[in-house]
Write a protein that binds this ligand. Structure first.
Ligand code: F6P
Length: 554
């Protein structure tokens, strides 16, 4: 019986929170409402931008036809969905257990139509457990903040793709403004109540300091879901000082891996000359302390196991197995958000090499590649899509015959129940990230392997590899090596497969999302009890929370 379960977490929550309200803040929201029938201007992925209530925004001209169109729809025209991605899927069960408040960007075409006057909506929509507050961004802000600074500068910088990073002063100004906007919304949400604010990810690096200026004694923590780069890479960012100053507005800052935390501490020392205690993991700057900790995120293990063992999944597996295009004796699987960091191209090259080098597998091995649309407005992402599709076509042409093309490619977002079907069917799952904070697909696959007959090939550059030591570790840059590891996985004796999988399962059953949550809150409580410095001064970030400063170093 795992030590941490949703029930135990709920029971212990009051002592962790000490009766404070939990406010979680992220860019991406856990639930998105969309108009179901195709709106005239099209709402897809995150391009469906909910607009600000005030201010000059001429996007309304383009939206008029869709507004008219919606007059003819009733409530049945609104559908809700969960976005793909580790952050929301990992934190939603945690929030359901905590019953807190989640503030996030309302990006769906029907998001505005489903909130009350305080911009609140209760979620999950089919079984409300907590309140989601939607924060509105203008189209210009989405372009500059989300597609711009967050995903065209910070994302490639943190994933060591320096050549892709675009440091654009206009994007930076939007990033500042949106962070200030989030801080204002959170301050309003907190009101006069005691609260613990929990920021998420790289979209909100400045928000902690902005919020701290408004509410100096608030408990603020942050989880950084992606890697933090070494100083030699980080130094390329023109706003390297402002970003770390923003994050030092936190009391606690968490990373998946110790290495990411160490990189952060080194950057802080270089950029600010702040006092850093590496052993304790604490920075003292401008009269206050920020603690840095390691908390590898996980999944709701029991939930995935239950889902995968369900009758619906079992029936669907039987149906899929009967499909001619999936009727291979051996099946591999890749599930990724479309992203150049996931190494999808290298993976397909390795499969091509495998089929070339080991011809006996032709016609016997098929591979399902599920690629979830993501950040489609960014050219680098569009290029990856083209590269992947070209390769799929080439491999299928080279090694396919009739309906038995080896690569079965789906470019769409799948519901967890459908993913569980594939996870359970797979003989091997390939995680080939070139650099990845964690990678929860690896963990979901393990949880869904009810029969313990599959093998996990896990990139040594994914955070998950550090914990999942019974997986076969691969180097995605070594195409020949990955092809050979694939063969090894497929030929592994059933007893070894079962032994490895059972070890991974035992580990994840215990190290689940609730343990992650408990570890973070326990650490926050320890920090608050042992605080060595009283909060007297503010982190000197030059912005007020409502007005962002002009960029420095542009
Ligand atoms: O990996 C970083 C991350 O923010 C995840 O936490 C999340 O799963 C994913 O990116 C989603 O990206 P986006 O919000 O751009 O769709």
């Amino acid at each position: 019986m795992p030590e941490w379960t949703a029930t135990r977490r709920t029971k212990h929550l009051p002592s962790f929170l000490d009766d404070a309200r939990l406010i979680l803040v992220s860019n991406r929201a856990p639930y998105i409402h969309r108009w179901h029938l195709p709106a005239p201007h099209g709402d897809s992925e995150a391009t469906a931008v909910a607009v600000r209530k005030k201010g000059m925004d001429f996007g309304w001209v383009r939206r008029v036809p869709s507004q008219v169109f919606r007059l003819f729809q009733n409530d049945n025209g609104v559908r809700w969905s969960r976005p793909a991605g580790g952050l929301t899927s990992a934190l939603d069960p945690a929030m359901q257990a905590c019953h807190g408040n989640w503030d996030a960007w309302g990006s769906g075409s029907a998001d505005r139509d489903t909130v009350n006057t305080q911009d609140h909506v209760r979620v999950p929509p089919d079984n409300p457990q907590y309140t989601l507050r939607r924060v509105w961004l203008s189209e210009a802000q989405v372009r500059g903040f989300y597609y711009g600074f967050a995903n065209s500068a910070l994302w490639p910088l943190c994933h060591l793709h320096l050549e892709r990073a675009r440091f654009n002063p206009l994007h930076w100004r939007h990033y500042q403004a949106v962070n200030a906007h989030f801080a204002a919304a959170v301050a309003e949400e907190c009101g006069a109540e005691r609260a613990i604010v929990w920021m998420q990810d790289y979209h909100l690096a400045l928000c902690p300091a902005y919020l701290r200026q408004r509410r100096p004694t608030l408990a603020i923590m942050h989880f950084w879901h992606i890697p933090w780069p070494p100083w030699e890479v980080y130094r390329a960012c023109p706003w390297r000082r402002e970003l770390v100053e923003g994050l030092l507005g936190n009391d606690l800052l968490g990373f998946h891996l110790e290495q990411h935390g160490r990189n952060f501490l080194e950057c802080v020392e270089h950029v600010l000359g702040a006092s850093v205690d590496y052993k304790a993991g604490v920075v003292t700057y401008a009269g206050r302390e920020t603690w840095v900790g390691t908390f590898p995120i996980s999944i709701d293990y029991a939930w995935w196991t239950r889902l995968a063992s369900g009758r619906r999944v079992t029936r669907r597996i039987a149906r899929l197995r009967a499909q001619p295009d999936l009727a291979f004796p051996l099946l591999g699987l890749g599930v990724d958000r479309l992203d150049y960091t996931k190494g999808i191209v290298s993976r397909l090259e390795a499969i091509e090499r495998f089929l070339e080098k080991y011809p006996t597998y032709r016609g016997r091995f098929g591979f399902v590649q599920i690629m979830v649309p993501s950040r489609t407005q960014i050219e680098d992402y569009r290029q990856v899509k083209t590269q992947v599709e070209t390769l799929v076509e080439r491999i299928n042409k080279r090694f396919g015959a009739g309906s038995s093309a080896p690569i079965h490619y789906r470019y769409e977002s799948l519901e967890p129940a459908e993913l569980a079907v594939y996870y359970r069917m797979a003989d091997v799952v390939m995680v080939t990230s070139l650099h990845d904070g964690m990678n929860l697909v690896a963990k979901e696959f393990v949880a869904a392997q009810i029969e313990c007959r599959g093998v996990l090939l896990c990139s040594e550059f994914a955070g998950a590899a550090e914990e999942l030591d019974s997986a076969l570790h691969i180097n995605p840059y070594d195409i020949e090596g990955v092809a050979d590891s694939l063969k090894r996985a497929l030929e592994m004796p059933a007893t070894e497969k079962a032994y490895r999988m059972a070890r991974l399962q035992a580990y994840l059953a215990e190290h689940n999302i609730y343990k992650w949550l408990a570890d973070i809150f326990t650490d926050l409580a320890r920090i608050q009890e042992n605080s060595r410095v009283t909060v007297t001064a503010l982190v000197p970030v030059a912005a007020s929370a409502s007005r962002a400063p002009a960029p420095r170093g542009a």
